[in-house]
Unconditional design. Structure first.
Length: 104
């Protein structure tokens, strides 16, 4: 038997697969988004940009921005009652609309 890979992006084929018309890099404005401290965001991993990408297990998680680290943002959320923090670049974060679901 061949030993399976245990890399950072292993077992994430479904999460990182794009539709045919979505392939390639997104518009540059998504890389330059600004978020305010206290703003609610959703983690939506952009597969075409591996820089500042959070672990795939946090895909779809709703977080609160608590600070800025370089060009990335520090976000926090509760995971089973325990407070956790992630650092992700703006391309992997989507702002939540007030009172509704996230829109790309």
């Amino acid at each position: 038997m061949v030993k399976s890979s245990k890399g950072f992006r292993s077992r994430s084929r479904g999460t990182f697969t794009k539709e045919v018309r979505e392939r390639g890099l997104p518009p540059v404005t998504r890389f330059l988004r600004e978020f305010a401290i206290g703003q609610r965001v959703s983690v939506r991993i952009e597969a075409s940009d591996p820089h500042g990408q959070p672990h795939p297990r946090y895909q779809g998680r709703t977080c609160t921005v608590i600070g800025k680290v370089g060009r990335a943002y520090r976000v926090e959320f509760l995971d089973g009652g325990k407070r956790k923090e992630l650092i992700a670049t703006p391309i992997h974060l989507v702002p939540l609309e007030e009172g509704g679901p996230a829109h790309a």
